[in-house]
Design a protein around this ligand. Sequence first.
Ligand SMILES: C[S@@+](CC[C@H](N)C(=O)[O-])C[C@H]1O[C@@H](n2cnc3c(N)ncnc32)[C@H](O)[C@@H]1O
Length: 223
Amino acid sequence: MRLRNIPRADAVLDACPLVVKEPVACRGKWNTDIFQNEHPIHIEIGMGKGQFLLTLAAQNPQVNYIGIERYSSVLLRAVEKLEAPLDARNLRFLCIDATTLTDIFSPGEVRRIYLNFSDPWPKARHARRRLTSKEYFSRYDRVLASGGQVEFKTDNRGLFDFSVEQLETSDLWELTACTYDLHHDGLMNEGNVMTEYEEKFSSLGNPICKLIAGRKSDRHICI
Ligand SMILES: C[S@@+](CC[C@H](N)C(=O)[O-])C[C@H]1O[C@@H](n2cnc3c(N)ncnc32)[C@H](O)[C@@H]1O
């Protein structure tokens, strides 16, 4: 998703107290300095206009949420949805590219990573840019806590098959759950919060795929 450049975006994000301007300085200190509690941190990479994360943050005050979006013109839409920014104590936004993830979070600092309708990067030479590539899973390994999980939804079957293959050929990661039709899977759909893209593509009749990935070494851990 890339909206046209919106001139006011940078000024609005600068003025929003929920947008963290220097996230590298927060590495290892998100709980103590930013949220000032010990609640688990869940992040969404490529949050788009924010419907998913804003809904979860309102539903789960006992979880800290951080939304990551690389385009200010897109993040602007999420910020503009907030009714009372100062009341959203468990929510922060970062306008960064996720390649910098390990500069932003220290090992074990993140409990869950959400990837929703990630850009497919269809050309084979761009495969490493896909958020479910081995390169990205290696970044996730460096920030996720023991027992932490990655949850991924998409209607793009090619990207989903690629993602499943990345996990099935990984020494470190494994699929812990998988469905090719989320909205008709009673168990996996329980409590599902729809994203903007999910609403759009499921209304066209596209089945939604979802997987949950965890580390093989965490099999015994319940969180
Ligand atoms: C197709 S949209 C999906 C938006 C939203 N998750 C949804 O499901 O409605 C993908 C979003 O991810 C963002 N994105 C893609 N790659 C990114 C990266 N490496 N770092 C941060 N954001 C990224 C894009 O700018 C875009 O807004």
